[in-house]
Design a protein. Structure first.
Length: 94
């Protein structure tokens, strides 16, 4: 199960890289966005099933999810909010 989760995590990160082609303009219904969300959900499911089958401390599991599963998707959303904040200041008409 762990090898499948690792492979799917790698594919999910490739899909996140696919989002960089049109990065500031993310369309919710684009194939790259939908693939990224689907792979994120499936990756979470595989890792949760792995961690429920094998005992690990809660802090280790939380650190794993923060660094390996959530860092890139949250970085997208944080940078999108930062970009929109900067763009609003450059044009005083908005």
């Amino acid at each position: 199960m762990r090898q499948e989760a690792l492979a799917l995590g790698f594919v999910a990160h490739l899909a996140y890289g696919w989002l960089f082609q049109t990065f500031p303009m993310l369309k919710v219904l684009s194939p790259s966005f939908l693939a990224s969300i689907a792979l994120l959900v499936v990756s979470h499911y595989l890792w949760i099933t792995h961690f429920t089958a094998h005992f690990h401390q809660a802090s280790h599991v939380a650190c794993f999810f923060v660094l390996m599963c959530w860092l890139v998707p949250f970085g997208f959303f944080i940078s999108l909010s930062f970009i929109s904040l900067c763009l609003n200041f450059t044009n005083p008409k908005f």
